[in-house]
Design a protein around this ligand. Structure first.
Ligand code: ASP
Length: 589
């Protein structure tokens, strides 16, 4: 037998019992005639004692053992003289009477402790060792709990879990597909799903009514920080539902997860339209844990002879509470350089300080008198000690830039550290005009329905009015992160065909790519809609962590590589040849 108990289990009540434990040698400390070993497994750490008095040979053997050796021991549970309240087994120790080395270990390349000395790269290469560390294990236990509670909640609400295929044809969700060559159909390729979107819609056509799946999705995007080429969604779809019913159901799921996995009671989620979110925060995923909302100043700032503002479409500011004193000229300069970085791209930054003594100081003091500047401060409801930060430019661009600045100020002022602020952002535009390619893109995806009142316009209106179409599309946002997104779908062939047309598909292309869906719509497709949550992200947000990698057992690095197994990798010519992807094998002459 390998064990009678695990390493986190023994307490004072076990004192005097003979037990068998197995685990890894976490640490050993030798004091001349006595050696202590911390034996570790998933459940905890138990202290083992070897001394010359009870068994000299064992003591000598134990002294030689290295970190991460795998041991099996038999011994008697004894009371510790030095109790350790920090660990669950801290009241006891084991006086070892038998020791077996089940396996040896090389010295690990970093310490297997909560705070390790290993850098990112080395920990990813030896991920199986990193996964031995308690904080990393805790993250995966948490993830498992969230998954189990998700299944419980959805099962209780009549959802059934259905697996959809992984080898499919491309689904356009805005990213590139990963493709898989087909050996049996040479020259042809499968795509890995960016999401099971079309399949879950077909399941609704089939009458399953409520579907969910915890599912891997694949997107071949340029990897920005903290994106993974493969990630997990809680993917859901429902029949005969309104947007409101979907939001209720998934607000319920979110509350359930926070309650059961974190013991946090969330209050009802506010709803905000997309337009409002953009106007108030410059973002469709605002972090609403703090205010610092946008204050537009066009009417108070244009026409006073300051050309930069006069020529701008939008002059807009945020009010940083209590910051007037904290920002010297040098600090303002630094902040200006920060907004001018290419990632943000603002041309400059204007400030107005409302000093504690009531005086006003501004970088545009030459163009505006105190009374005029006071008008801005009043609109911003600024108090003495506050500072306005102002950007200007094209409306869309400057709002995005100010949103970045708002988040940066929120960070600097410590306003983004704790708490959970979920909200629904609703009524997204259906289509987005892309200046470069001079065509529309689907803001959510091509299966999203316009709002009921916009359907007529979509079918009959002229091109110039399509920008204004609003969709029954919604996002769940928590603390500035998009956690989930979905929509009510088109279930009418004509409307779907029109949408493909607006998105630039010819009839033939639409037929070739989505004929199956268009056909399905001709056999009694019910009204339906759904949502998908980013599962990795949800876990990381719930735990207040920054990186989704911490919640994925075997993540890829920022270049999309798995550096442990060394993938992607070249494959040999024989394999390429079998797949028929254009490699000529050179034969010996
Ligand atoms: N398939 C969508 C996505 O992955 C979610 C949905 O519309 O249900 O974002």
């Amino acid at each position: 037998m390998y064990r009678t108990h695990n390493c986190g289990e023994l307490r004072s009540e076990h004192i005097g019992q003979e037990v068998t434990l197995s685990g890894w040698l976490n640490k050993n400390r030798d004091y001349g005639s006595m050696t202590f070993i911390d034996l570790r497994d998933r459940y905890g750490i138990t202290q083992l004692v070897f001394n010359t008095e009870t068994n000299e040979n064992l003591y000598n053997d134990a002294k030689k053992l290295g970190r991460e050796y795998v041991l099996r021991i038999v011994g008697i549970v004894a009371e510790r003289s030095n109790k350790n309240p920090k660990i669950s087994t801290g009241d006891i120790e084991i006086i070892v009477s038998d020791l077996e080395v089940l396996n040896e270990s090389k010295v690990p390349p970093f310490t297997i402790e909560d705070e390790t000395d290993g850098g990112d790269e080395i920990r990813m290469k030896y991920r199986y060792l990193d996964l031995r560390r308690n904080p990393v294990q805790q993250n995966l236990f948490f993830r498992s709990k969230v998954a189990i509670e998700t299944r419980k909640y959805l099962a209780n609400h009549n959802f059934i879990e259905v697996e959809t295929p992984v080898l499919i044809k491309s689904t356009p969700e805005g990213a590139r597909d990963f493709v898989v060559p087909s050996r049996m159909n040479q020259g042809q390729f499968y795509a890995l799903p960016q999401s099971p979107q079309t399949f879950k819609q077909l399941l609704m056509v089939s009458g399953f009514d409520k579907y969910f799946q915890l599912v891997k999705c694949f997107r071949d995007e340029d990897l920005r920080a903290d994106r993974q080429p493969e990630f997990t969604q809680i993917d859901c779809e429902m029949c005969f539902v309104t947007q409101d019913e979907i939001l209720q159901t998934f607000e319920g799921l979110t509350k359930h997860l926070f309650k059961t996995c974190l013991e946090v009671e969330l209050s009802d989620f506010p709803r905000m339209t997309y337009d409002e979110a953009i106007k108030r925060y410059g973002s469709d995923k605002p972090d609403t844990r703090f205010g610092m909302e946008f204050i537009e100043l066009n009417d108070l700032s244009k026409g006073y002879g300051f050309p930069v503002f006069d020529n701008a479409e939008m002059v807009v500011s945020i009010c940083a509470k209590g910051q007037a004193d904290s920002y010297s000229n040098k600090d303002i300069k630094k902040l200006t350089s920060w907004v001018q970085r290419p990632q943000i791209g603002a041309k400059g930054l204007v400030y107005v300080k409302y000093n504690l003594d009531g005086s006003i100081k501004s970088s545009v003091g030459k163009f505006y008198n105190d009374e005029q500047l006071m008008g801005w401060l009043e609109r911003a409801k600024a108090e003495k000690g506050d500072m306005l930060l102002i950007l200007c430019g094209d409306t869309d661009t400057v709002r995005g830039q100010l949103s970045d600045l708002r988040l940066e100020m929120g960070d600097r002022m410590g306003l983004r550290k704790t708490g959970f602020n979920p909200l629904w952002v609703v009524d997204f535009p259906l289509l987005e005009w892309d200046e470069e390619s001079e065509r529309f893109h689907a803001m959510h995806h091509p299966f999203t329905s316009p709002k009921e009142e916009d359907k007529e316009r979509m079918l009959t209106g002229d091109h110039s009015t399509m920008k204004a179409l609003r969709a029954d599309a919604y996002d769940l946002v928590i603390n500035g992160w998009e956690i989930g997104g979905g929509s009510i779908r088109i279930f009418d062939r004509e409307l779907q065909a029109k949408n493909f047309k607006l998105l630039g598909f010819t009839e033939e292309e639409a037929e070739a790519q989505f004929g199956f869906l268009l056909n399905a719509f001709e056999y009694g497709a019910p009204p339906h809609g759904g949502i998908a949550f980013g599962f990795d992200r949800l876990c990381s947000i719930m735990k207040g962590a920054v990186s989704i990698r911490d919640f994925i057992a075997f993540p890829k690095n920022n270049q999309g590589r798995d550096i442990m197994i060394d993938a992607p990798a070249v494959i040999d010519n024989i394999q390429l040849d079998e797949l028929g992807i254009g490699v000529v094998i050179e034969k010996d002459a």
